[in-house]
Ligand binder design. Structure first.
Ligand SMILES: Cc1cc2nc3c(=O)[nH]c(=O)nc-3n(C[C@H](O)[C@H](O)[C@H](O)COP(=O)(O)O)c2cc1C
Ligand SMILES: C=C(O[C@@H]1CC(C(=O)O)=C[C@@H](OP(=O)(O)O)[C@H]1O)C(=O)O
Length: 388
């Protein structure tokens, strides 16, 4: 079972994660982790901060000679912006914290309730940790999990299917690495043009936009997760993980919310059998999960991201200390980060799938896990034999 903790503030020295339970013997590609980090920084609509950062992972512990050792893996990403914030962010008493003290909470962010809850005297103490800067280290952790999945030929792709009211026609043929050279990680070129236009319009109006991301996991073996207990259900774990991403407001699997509009005969995926594929479905309204278990079809998850809360266009708020009503305005923010969210969603989905995979094929090292996996593949071949 993979467990991880993250630590780090948005303008602090660095972001750190410790990943426990990672089996020994897997090749860990620093290059792959950095590729994922670069993707998360991309996408049309990001703000000035992304021009400052060039996220690179440092593997501090748990990997030797390019392979996992079975010991906890520690990852770190430095914040280049720290240079500009040292005086304000340093931990020692006497830091110049008054300089950039924040007293005006932003609607839609963690600012107001976080300040009340922790009895802070500076809203900055909340926004530093609530910030989606933290998603950088989660992508690094997700990329580690992908090192396990890729060994077993499981591919997970995150992409953009909607920005505000513009829907993309999804072309599953184009869900590959090439997609990440496009400006919005969207498989529909025509919709991408429209999306860029409305993002620019929103930005010029001091506004922001949200959208919908989709994650597709291919070649996931049947039977990951379980129906026997609520916290072992793969769909529940995926929803929890994706909902924990900053600004995500809804998660659905397969037909999702539209399931409620369809009759049983329209919705349920009928079961077929062929010698080549074994048991399979010709439709995938379930999104690859039935009874909390992967059913062998691609896992398809969608998540809705709300528009970014920090706006150049003033929104009404109240100063935390003086209680004066004011109109908030800001120096710097993303206007749309849906492409980045697609990569973050891919990462947390990968981590949950890897976790369920390791539960099913448990082992302390690669060879042991491979053996358990092969055993299961042989078992599946056996049950595919016709018996009467
Ligand atoms: C990749 C990414 C980038 C984000 N960038 C910003 C930003 O620049 N400004 C901002 O106010 N919120 C940004 N957000 C959203 C806030 O972090 C989020 O709305 C806030 O933490 C409150 O949490 P909640 O929306 O989940 O309730 C971003 C979110 C993600 C996933
Ligand atoms: C730093 C990142 O995103 C940040 C997320 C964020 C927020 O409030 O969530 C606010 C902005 O931070 P800043 O005020 O420093 O510009 C974003 O840039 C990142 O994605 O790496």
């Amino acid at each position: 079972m993979l467990r991880y903790l993250t630590s780090g503030e948005s303008h602090g020295k660095a972001l750190v994660a410790i990943v426990e339970g990672f089996p020994a013997g897997f090749e860990i590609s620093e290059e792959y982790i950095n590729k994922q980090l670069k993707k998360r920084q991309g996408g049309h609509g990001r703000g000035g901060r992304m021009a400052i950062e060039t996220d690179k992972v440092q593997i501090i512990a748990g990997v030797r000679d390019g392979k996992s050792m079975g010991s906890p893996i520690t990852l770190m990403i430095e914040n280049k912006d720290w240079e500009n914030w040292q005086n304000i962010m340093q931990a020692a008493k006497g830091a110049h914290i008054e300089e950039r003290k924040v007293t005006k909470p932003r609607p839609g962010h963690a600012d107001l309730t976080g300040t009340i809850k922790y009895n802070h005297k500076d809203v900055r103490n909340v926004l530093e940790r609530a910030s989606a800067r933290e998603t950088a280290i989660r992508v690094a952790v997700g990329a580690l999990a992908e090192c396990i999945l890729q060994h077993f030929e499981i591919d997970v792709f995150g992409h953009v299917v909607k920005i505000a009211t513009v829907d993309a026609k999804v072309n599953y043929e184009n869900l590959n690495e090439e997609l990440y050279n496009t400006p919005l990680y969207c498989t529909d070129e025509v919709a991408t043009g429209e999306m860029i236009k409305i993002i620019d319009e929103a930005k010029n109006n001091g506004d922001s936009l949200g959208g919908i991301v989709e994650v597709v996991a291919k070649n996931v073996p049947k039977g990951l997760g379980s129906y026997v207990h609520w916290d072992r259900k793969l769909d529940a774990r995926l929803a929890y993980a994706v909902m924990s991403i900053q600004a995500i407001k809804a998660v659905e699997l397969g037909a999702g919310f539209n399931s409620a509009n369809l009759s049983g005969s329209e919705l349920h995926d009928e079961i077929y059998f062929s010698g080549e594929k074994g048991f399979y479905h010709e439709t995938n309204n379930s999104g690859g999960i039935e009874g909390g278990m992967s059913n062998g079809e691609p896992i398809i998850l969608r998540a809705a991201m709300k528009p970014i809360p920090t706006l150049y266009k003033p929104l009404k708020s109240v100063d935390y200390f003086t209680k004066e009503q004011y109109e908030a305005s800001v120096e710097r923010s993303d206007s749309c980060a849906v492409s980045a969210a697609a990569i973050v969603a891919q990462s947390v989905v990968s981590l949950e799938i890897a976790n369920s995979f390791l539960e099913k094929f448990a082992g302390d090292n690669l060879q042991e896990i491979e053996g358990n996996y092969e055993n299961y593949v042989n078992y599946l071949a056996e049950i595919n034999e016709v018996s009467r």
